[in-house]
Design a protein around this ligand. Structure first.
Ligand code: GAL
Length: 665
């Protein structure tokens, strides 16, 4: 038996054996959002029947067993690319470059899962855990499946089902948590709130990102930005790839004087156009970096590409990198980083037996290095009172509140959508970046997914592609990029919900009421919008609507009720559907005000709209407000009301126009 203590309503903790003091939750400084947790419905300890148990604790292995009901489906475990329900899978949950198989090695693989029965389980460990998800049949289990004769029995199964998730950690103890539902979405919300609430990105981060070819100079970037403007494509963030460093792989973190003779002036030019600058980096420090010698005694035993590997669990090492980043980047207006290569293949990263001055093992450092870099670089901007947002190639347990989205060198459109769905279970964000395409059709379909994802980004570091690279569809691409920008008010509120009540802004429809389909090719963006991307070669597809009536986003027409439907869309459009009674606040096409769309026939709709300054941390001190948007009536005669809070923050509600999208509604 395990001795559980309820720490917050619906959150239980147990310590088994001698658990380590170095944990990912401590590393990220997870501070539970008590207010949000208190607002969730109460729920009992989820294991009403058989209880979780300790299989064994030795000096080098702690194994726990969590019972499963026969029909239970198991989601989560971080970022994975090929399936949602992991039941029947065995995963070694190692933070690593993704190798094409959901065997546990991935950029953000973590011992956290969510059950379709409405609860979640977490092991708070920096070690590589193993999960046997309904696959390990025990001799002492009275309900174990019968032995069968493969010679004659067609029912013989190479993977006879087991009635538990067994997780093992190679350590003498572990800290475990259980999060109650009652629904799976509630359990995810509890986990996110326990980790400090989801991230609230600066508003600009929800715009369009373009990463330029690696060796571009400041003048080439000026020209590229001018072309975006001239052609009418939105652009909010320019990403610089390795060539901005005087040396990269390993890095100096210093501007290359030949390509960027005046970095401050360059960043100012971008800022004047409303464009932020994001800098690529990896964590391996070049002998030519001015901070190298100070970091050298604070680094691990092994090198990566001839660079030292600083131990960023040490405050002194963090201070050195943070100081340099502040002086050379943040102080001149850079907005954030792309933290590359902090995952890594065994053949180039430091080995698990590497040693570090803090005493943490090479394995612990590999599991948490992405978290270390995220918290360190976030701190640089936090100190200056400015929110940052960036990209990371590695993340782990507890990352919900960190301002980073994951990406990969892997490049499969369908797998990217599955990854987007999977991240929503585990407090992670995913960027299904577009780089190149085989033809105009693929370019359109990928760009549509990109524009309906956490980070809408073209990563042209190697390809040099532009949004207009396929002239035959350049108008459609411009349109979908603009639609993304128009949806920022809706999206920003969805992120505010992530922060204040833990609801993931992008999530699988499996978390919605009535969807038992396990479809990995459709997802929710916010509470009302269902996104069903089309892929190259498709003009129609099946979509599974959760319970209720759903309406076409573009026309407002009824698209179907809960269950499976075939839908189609021309190449120019990504299929989008709105829940009955959905209110979608969008920016007006040609103005500053809001265009509030009301879908469906529900006689009454209500929506809480979030407002703050969009850039600083003032919201953490209470400087934010929620307005209530309400609509009642039908298409011919409806009453729209905005209940604005009595603060000066309701400016964007002035001049709002309303559209009843569904005729007869
Ligand atoms: C890769 C990264 C790419 C790009 C490239 C630059 O590791 O995944 O997105 O940044 O490095 O060299």
């Amino acid at each position: 038996m395990i001795d559980w203590t309820e720490l917050h309503p619906g959150v239980w903790r147990a310590r088994v054996g001698a658990s380590s003091s170095f944990t990912p939750l401590d590393l990220v400084g997870a501070t539970p959002r008590e207010d949000g947790l208190a607002e969730l419905r109460g729920a009992p300890f989820p294991f009403a029947g058989p209880s979780p148990s300790v299989i064994g604790v030795t000096e080098c292995c702690t194994a726990l067993r969590f019972p499963l009901a026969p029909e239970e489906r198991i989601y989560g475990f971080g970022l994975h690319f090929n399936r949602l329900n992991h039941r029947g899978n065995v995963m070694r949950l190692q933070v690593d470059h993704y190798g094409g198989r959901d065997d546990g090695r991935s950029h953000a693989s973590m011992p956290f899962y969510v059950s379709s029965d409405g609860y979640a389980v977490l092991l708070n460990t920096a070690r590589v855990a193993t999960a046997h998800i309904g696959t390990s049949v025990r001799k002492d289990d009275p309900d174990r499946p019968p032995s069968r004769d493969r010679n004659t029995d067609r029912e013989w199964d190479a993977l006879p089902p087991a009635d538990a998730v067994e997780m093992a950690v190679p350590a003498g103890g572990v800290e475990a948590f259980v999060f109650a539902g009652p629904t799976a979405l509630d359990a995810v919300r509890r986990y996110n709130l326990f980790c400090g609430g989801g991230v609230l990105p600066p508003r600009w981060a929800l715009g369009f990102w373009h990463r330029v070819p690696t060796l571009y100079t400041d003048e080439q970037i000026d020209a590229e930005v001018a072309e975006f403007e001239a052609r009418g494509y939105p652009l909010q963030v320019v990403g610089l790839e390795p060539g901005w460093h005087s040396k990269a792989y390993p890095c100096t973190y210093e501007w290359d004087a030949s390509r960027f003779p005046e970095p401050g002036a360059f960043v100012d030019r971008m800022t004047d156009k409303g464009i932020r600058v994001n800098l690529w980096e990896n964590a391996y420090v070049s002998p030519d970096a001015p901070i190298h010698d100070a970091l050298e005694p604070l680094s691990g035993s092994h090198m990566v590409w001839g660079g030292i590997v600083p131990d960023y669990t040490l405050p002194e090492a963090r201070g050195i990198l943070a100081g340099q980043h502040r002086r050379e980047h943040a102080d001149i207006g850079v907005s954030g980083y792309k933290l590359d290569e902090c995952d890594g293949h065994d053949h180039w990263l430091w080995p698990a037996h590497a040693t570090f001055p803090s005493g943490h093992t090479g394995e612990e450092m590999r599991q948490t290095y992405g978290l270390q870099l995220q918290t360190l670089t976030d701190g640089v901007f936090r100190d200056a009172g400015q929110r940052t947002f960036g990209l990371t190639r590695a993340s782990y347990t507890g990352a919900s509140s960190l301002p980073y989205a994951l990406y990969s060198d892997y490049y499969d459109h369908r797998a990217f959508v599955t990854a987007l769905c999977n991240c929503g279970f585990s407090g992670l964000l995913w960027s299904p970046e577009i780089r190149s395409a085989g033809d105009a059709e693929e370019w359109a379909r990928r760009m549509q997914t990109v524009c309906f994802s956490p980070v809408a980004m073209l990563n042209a570091w190697a390809s040099g592609t532009k949004p207009w690279s396929y002239p035959e569809i350049e108008d459609a691409i411009r349109e979908v990029m603009r639609l993304r920008i128009r949806l920022i008010p809706y999206l920003y509120t969805a992120f505010a919900r992530y922060h204040f009540d833990g609801t993931p802004p992008f999530r699988s429809t499996v978390l919605e009421e009535g969807d038992v389909s396990d479809r990995s090719d459709q997802y929710m963006m916010g509470d009302s919008l269902l996104v069903a991307p089309l892929f190259r070669g498709e003009t129609e597809r099946e979509v599974e609507f959760p319970t209720g009536s759903w309406y076409d986003f573009y026309t407002g027409e009824h698209a179907g009720d809960g269950g499976a439907h075939t839908v189609s869309a021309p190449l120019e459009r990504i299929p989008l559907f709105v829940r009955d009674g959905g209110l979608i606040p969008m920016a007006q096409d040609d103005g500053d005000g809001l265009d509030i769309r009301y879908y469906g026939t529900a006689p009454h709709a209500s929506y809480r709209y979030y407002m703050d300054d969009g850039e600083t941390y003032a919201y953490e001190r209470g400087e934010y407000a929620w307005a209530t948007l309400e609509a009642t009536g039908d298409a011919n005669d409806f009453t729209a009301t905005v209940v604005a809070p009595p603060s000066g923050q309701a400016d964007d509600l002035r001049g709002a126009v309303w559209h009843m999208m569904t005729s007869g509604g």
